[in-house]
Ligand binder design. Structure first.
Ligand SMILES: CCCCCCCC(=O)SCCNC(=O)CCNC(=O)[C@H](O)C(C)(C)COP(=O)(O)OP(=O)(O)OC[C@H]1O[C@@H](n2cnc3c(N)ncnc32)[C@H](O)[C@@H]1OP(=O)(O)O
Length: 184
């Protein structure tokens, strides 16, 4: 992965461990918000990623590239692929039970991704330091061992729940996020 210093963990970063209460290995991860463009099952034209964690600290997910995801004829749009990578990385940082947002996302496109492809994605954390989490993801064509089409590195920043309460409906957040105590 070609990455900048901004998405490279500093020497003092710590490796995350599975937290008590992490989803059981292999159990499906539900959407963090039903209207989320990436994972929401109530979104009319979102990406509808489906995901699980094999180990409580990383996530594997599948994204089926549809006609509505095209950029060039028959091929996935690069921004849509970046959104899918952002989402799977966001799902992985979600395992640490603190609210994070994307600060920076770097993406390498290695091969075109045709409509009809199931992109097998994997995201993991390379280190955490203070409010910063340094994460990485890859997307493989057709199977978990298929050719790598996309790689991403990201810096996520921990925020207070007020970050979401300012523009979102706090009751919806409370209803959908039992992981967090919501005190707007
Ligand atoms: C409960 C529901 C969960 C839903 C999850 C959904 C997740 C998402 O959809 S994320 C959406 C896309 N992302 C966003 O909208 C984020 C928009 N950005 C922001 O809100 C702010 O810029 C935010 C929160 C990232 C940082 O602001 P703030 O809290 O004031 O912190 P700030 O002091 O600027 O930065 C903290 C540290 O991060 C670094 N940093 C912040 N942004 C970046 C960046 N883009 N690149 C590199 N470093 C950065 C700063 O340099 C600083 O470093 P240091 O502590 O070493 O000086």
């Amino acid at each position: 992965m070609t990455r900048s210093a901004l998405t490279t963990p500093p020497p003092d970063a710590t490796r995350p461990r599975p937290l008590p209460g992490a989803p059981a290995p292999g159990a499906p991860l539900g959407p963090h918000y039903s209207r989320c463009f990436g994972c929401g099952d109530g979104h009319p034209n979102g990406l509808h990623l489906t995901a699980l964690t094999p180990d409580g600290i990383s996530v594997v997910a599948e994204f089926t590239v549809e006609e509505t995801h095209q950029g060039a004829p028959g091929l996935a749009h690069g921004g849509v692929l970046a959104a899918a990578m952002d989402e799977v990385i966001g799902m992985s940082v979600w395992l640490f039970q603190r609210p994070y947002v994307t600060g920076r996302l770097e993406t390498d496109y290695l091969a075109p991704v045709p409509v009809g492809t199931v992109l097998h994605m994997r995201a993991w954390c390379n280190g955490m330091s203070g409010r910063k989490a340094y994460l990485e993801a890859e997307g493989r064509i057709g199977s978990p061992d298929g050719p790598v089409a996309v790689r991403a590195a990201a810096l996520f920043i921990e925020v207070a729940m007020e970050h979401f309460a300012k523009h979102g409906d706090i009751q919806t957040i409370a209803d959908e996020h039992h992981e967090y105590e919501v005190n707007p």
